[in-house]
Design a protein. Structure first.
Length: 478
């Protein structure tokens, strides 16, 4: 699938092209067009025109039917999406087939389901008039779409996180201009083809490719015709987008970075805690914002946990590469920094050798570290690779101090058999989501997002619909 812009119902390749490289072996997959300011202007104008047309008058039921057609279209081209996702990201094909593409289908279906039975999400309250002679009034509220929504999605879960925003934005009646990461443009282009085949009106969904600063991303997030911005990515980029959006006071929804903690208590099922930490630290080679990079283990089981986690990390096979040579070099620089800061490398710490085409790719070893102080940069800064640092603690209060001593607050895991402890500890962790005896178990209806430098707002279910629409109160005197 060739990466193309999709603007006003037309595929186009305006702008200079740049190469798209395969993370698995470094070969060129194709080229990607860099959207100029004019392409972005056209996309925003097309979205605005769509809102003035039939889409702006479509009922909730009509929007739900459209979303279901998109879901069916993705399902019908399931293997094509899996191939494209695996090629762009380098992730194992099994991961794309069991997580990314099914969740994309589920996102469209979930928001179609939310629309049924609640056509305009209206609420009615009758109240007496409060001023002399005003009589009584009937007040009711309805939610209306924000308008043109810019969706900026990252490279680690490109299809899943794109649809996680596009589906509710369309469900609420908005028109979308999406910009995927320049590293992973293919599934977004494929989604544009599915949306075109599903018969959504021209301009309802638009797609522009390109880079961020000084390019398509900046042109889009600072555009006066954009009414809201939904972004997932690193915290520094989120801050830049906020500055860019400030001139127009454009509302934002951000899901940003994390330095996520795991708390393993001595009474935990150690088998489950070790395996759960392997998943939470090394899935997609640590390139998920929810991954665990800080592991705190109660002292009585600390040594055993470290030994077992290190053995599992050394035994891992079939993992994927970093997204790019640049990101690989960043992760390896943290491996070097950890040693300089005094870390003990329990497992990994370098690059693997395969003896095949993968040696041209961007792989690093799953890595377990110990022995660093909490002030170490390796412990404080988000690495976004297959690495975790393990440290001991004594008691609940100490565990919570360690977990919360971070500028981030996206996700956390707690491992304990004590139900009372789970209920005591989980609400006190400064994070948007806390998993107990599991990791990344997600219900699409629940709120998702972070605190502190990890984000603004919540996504999921009604929470996404609330962001992508605004309440209007209607007061009628009786």
């Amino acid at each position: 699938m060739k990466a193309e812009h999709y603007v006003g119902g037309m595929f186009r390749s305006d702008g200079p092209a740049f190469p798209l490289l395969a993370p698995a072996d470094g070969t060129e997959l194709g080229t990607v067009p860099e959207a100029t300011r004019e392409v972005v202007d056209d996309a925003v104008a097309a979205a605005r025109a769509a809102l003035a047309g039939p889409w702006g008058r479509a009922s909730a039921e009509e929007r739900a039917v459209a979303l279901r057609r998109v879901a069916d279209g993705v399902q019908a081209r399931f293997e094509e999406f899996v191939d494209a996702e695996a090629a762009d990201t380098g992730k194992p094909r099994e991961l794309a087939a069991t997580v990314d593409v099914p969740r994309a289908v589920g996102n469209f279906r979930a928001y179609a389901d939310l629309l049924y039975g609640r056509p305009e999400r209206a609420y009615t309250t009758q109240i007496p008039g409060w001023s002399g002679g005003a009589g009584q009034a009937l007040n009711y509220s309805v939610r209306r779409p924000l308008g043109v929504v810019a969706v900026i999605s990252p490279w680690n879960l490109p299809l899943l996180l794109l649809t996680w925003k596009v589906a509710p934005a369309l469900a609420a009646g908005n028109a979308v201009v999406a910009k995927p990461s320049e590293e992973t443009p293919t599934t977004a282009t494929l989604l544009a083809h599915v949306i075109a085949e599903a018969g959504l009106p021209d301009g309802v969904f638009n797609l522009v490719h390109g880079h961020g600063a000084g390019a398509a991303g900046e042109f889009l997030t600072g555009h006066p015709g954009v009414d809201a911005i939904a972004f997932t990515g690193e915290s520094a980029t989120g801050a830049a987008i906020m500055r860019n959006a400030a001139d127009h006071v454009t509302p934002v929804s951000f899901e940003l970075g994390g330095k996520n903690p795991a708390l393993v208590f001595a009474d935990a099922d150690l088998d489950a805690a070790v395996e759960g930490t392997v998943r939470s630290s090394f899935t997609h080679s640590g390139q998920i914002c929810l991954c665990t990079e800080r592991v705190y283990v109660e002292r009585p089981v600390y040594e055993e946990f470290v030994e077992r986690l290190g053995a599992r990390a050394r035994a891992l096979t079939g993992y994927g590469p970093m997204i790019s040579a640049e990101h690989r070099d960043k992760v390896l620089s943290y491996y070097r920094l950890a040693r300089e800061e005094g870390a003990t490398v329990v497992a990994g710490g370098g690059t693997p050798e395969f003896g095949d085409a993968r040696d041209g790719g961007y792989y690093v070893e799953p890595t377990v570290l110990t022995g660093l102080p909490e002030t170490a940069r390796t412990v404080r800064e988000e690495i976004f690779g297959p690495v975790c640092h393990v440290a001991p603690f004594d008691g609940e209060d100490a565990a919570l101090r360690l977990a919360n001593d971070s500028p981030y607050g996206l996700a956390a895991t707690v491992w304990t058999r004590d139900v009372s402890r789970a209920h005591r500890v989980a609400p006190r962790v400064e994070a948007g989501i806390v998993w107990v005896n599991c990791w990344n178990l997600r219900d699409l209806r629940t709120p998702f997002g972070g605190v502190k430098a990890s984000g603004i707002g919540r996504e999921g279910g009604e929470y996404s619909l609330d962001f992508f629409s605004e309440p209007v109160n209607v007061c009628i005197q009786i």
